[in-house]
Design a protein around this ligand. Structure first.
Ligand code: GLN
Length: 566
């Protein structure tokens, strides 16, 4: 029923409240999150936090993301421009927001939760070619928008969700997402849709006055598209002041209680706790037409416990980790690595001081200078990467770690280079390399798989997604996982060359895990030093509530070096 309270606070939606919502007995429920001013203000975190908040109330809500670019997926994008490419179990290469979703929810998503302009357009053109629209002009409205609405309904139903949250990438006013926003308006005509506009409130001047004009303009563009937000989430540096709140409420046709203050927090993971505390969870539930209920205190306490120390190193013992990589200028390129280091540090009761070092800085200098540059580190990590730049610098860092007994973690490229360094400096194969970087070298310790050789397409053609592995008993990695059969996600083309297995094992490089058929090397470790590495990307599955075992073991070794074994 349209309660008097709703009418007071939601001037703009009387029509929907009094007709559509009453006529549909069991409506499909959706939450649509839009950025109404500029991108990069944390819309993904707001979406994840809303989803997590509703999970505390026992509701099954999952996030779907739309991105307007015409790439089919994120696999071909440059991490320096777009941040990390995230990989799901089912091989899809998706936006880094999926990492945020999975970390918050502690659940794995699949490709049906990722829509892009590229996917939508290729599907509509394929359907046209199949003759599905014979006789008509195929148009954005209604053909594409209908297809979008149908897809969303399918995802909600296939996963039996209490509600599907849809995050619209980009901002209102972009050409790339305009048709998608139109589809959201159409979705709301037949379903119960809660619109959440995320906006930015800047502060100006020495006194830091919060300015609402940009938000007013952003809201106007949204309303011009026929969408009245139900809630406005404000992102600002400091707490939203009451004057700014009143103003935004007035321009948003909303009561001030529907303006949700989401100012910067020390710890992003605490946003769901704030949403519960502020009553945003209760309000969302009521707006979705679900009967009032109380959140599960045990779930809330669990979440608080697993995240509470992130971002807060006060009084904690520190470990210094140096990440030696190629894309260090943009931390977003390694966001999952950074998060996994934090999760593992909480598990070890320490605080990570992470230094990002461009591996090229270690090139063209001698061993003494390299040692000076890496001195004081309790752990060295070489993450994933592609291309030649900075490779020799990474190899030098690995050599330093092995020779000085500093804990080392190698991820994907970091494992390949660990094998190369070992082959060169321990086994004496001076020209050992990867065929990715030195196609003509005699000793290709890392090479391309036979099956991959003929592939020229660049999209979706790597070894991708979840792969099982068997771990060898008695190894450091096996004890880190505490299980023989495990599964991690992959994204790479090159592999450890099996012809070098026996030779390198004989010299002290342990093959700690392979694919179950024994054909592909997945994990290696040093017998006489503190290095562990994997061809996979364990950081992609690390979550506050389930830290990645490889990272937990690495930080444990770093803690022992820094503070002695406990
Ligand atoms: N460039 C390497 C390969 O393709 C490593 C990839 C990675 O680190 N993700 O095998």
């Amino acid at each position: 029923m349209a309660t008097p309270q709703k009418i007071n606070t939601k001037v703009g939606k009387l029509f929907r409240v009094s007709t559509a919502k009453l006529l549909i007995p069991m409506p499909d429920r959706y939450i649509v999150v839009l950025g109404s001013l500029l991108s990069g203000i944390g819309k993904g975190i707001v979406s994840s936090s809303i989803t997590k908040t509703l999970s505390f109330y026992g509701l099954n809500v999952m996030p779907l993301k739309f991105d307007g670019y015409l790439n089919y997926d994120c696999g071909t994008m440059n991490p320096l421009k777009h941040g990390e490419v995230f990989v799901l179990d089912d091989k899809s290469e998706v936006d880094m927001d999926f990492g945020t979703y999975e970390r918050f929810l502690n659940k794995s998503l699949n490709s049906s939760f990722s829509l892009t302009g590229g996917k939508l357009f290729s599907e509509i053109v394929a359907r046209e070619r199949r003759g599905e629209f014979l006789g008509s002009d195929v148009q954005i409205i209604p053909h594409l928008t209908d297809m979008i609405v149908r897809k969303l309904v399918e995802v909600r139903r296939a996963n039996d969700l209490d509600a599907l949250l849809i995050e619209v990438g980009g901002t209102v006013g972009d050409i790339e997402n305009s048709y998608f926003i139109e589809a959201m308006r159409e979705l709301a005509m037949k379903n119960r849709v809660v619109f959440v506009a995320v906006t930015y409130v800047p502060e100006l001047g020495v006194v830091g006055e919060q300015k609402t004009k940009p938000t007013q303009l952003g809201l106007r563009s949204l309303m011009q598209l026929g969408i009245q937000p139900d809630f406005i989430v404000t992102r600002s540096e400091k707490k939203l002041d009451s004057k700014a709140r009143e103003k935004i409420a007035l321009f948003g046709n909303l009561g001030p209680d529907r303006i949700i203050d989401n100012h910067d927090l020390d710890n992003i993971y605490s946003a769901p706790l704030e949403f519960v505390r502020m009553g945003f969870g209760d309000k969302l539930i009521s707006e979705l037409g679900i009967e009032a209920r109380t959140p599960d205190q045990k779930m809330i306490d669990n979440w608080r416990r697993s995240i509470i120390e992130i971002g807060n190193g006060n009084g904690k013992r520190k470990v210094k980790i140096i990440v030696v990589g190629k894309y260090v200028k943009l931390h977003d390129a390694y966001v999952s690595v950074k998060e996994a280091l934090h999760h593992a540090s909480i598990a070890n009761g320490v605080h990570p001081e992470i230094e990002w070092l461009d591996s090229e800085e270690l090139e063209g200098i001698d061993a003494a200078e390299i040692a000076k540059r890496l001195a004081g580190s309790h752990g060295i990590l070489v993450p994933g990467g592609f291309g030649n730049r900075g490779i020799e610098g990474m190899i030098s860092a690995i050599k330093y770690a092995r020779e000085r007994n500093v804990p080392y973690l190698g991820i994907c490229l970091g494992m390949q280079l660990m094998a190369i360094e070992f082959a060169r400096n321990v086994a004496g194969l001076k020209d050992a390399h990867s065929s990715e970087f030195a196609p003509n070298t005699a000793n290709k310790v890392i090479h391309i798989m036979e099956e991959q050789k003929g592939i020229s397409d660049k999209g979706g053609t790597m070894r991708l997604g979840a792969w099982p592995a068997l771990l060898k008993s008695g190894t450091r990695i096996r004890s880190a996982y505490g299980a023989e059969r495990i599964s991690e996600r992959h994204r790479h083309r090159y592999e450890f060359n099996n012809s070098y297995r026996d030779g390198l094992e004989g010299m002290g490089l342990t093959i700690s895990g392979t694919t179950p058929d024994g054909k592909l090397v997945e994990f290696i470790e040093w017998k006489n030093a503190l290095g562990i590495a994997t061809q996979s990307h364990p950081e992609l599955k690390s979550r506050p509530e389930a830290p990645a075992p490889m990272f937990v073991e690495f930080v444990r070794m770093a803690k022992d070096l820094a503070h002695g074994s406990s």
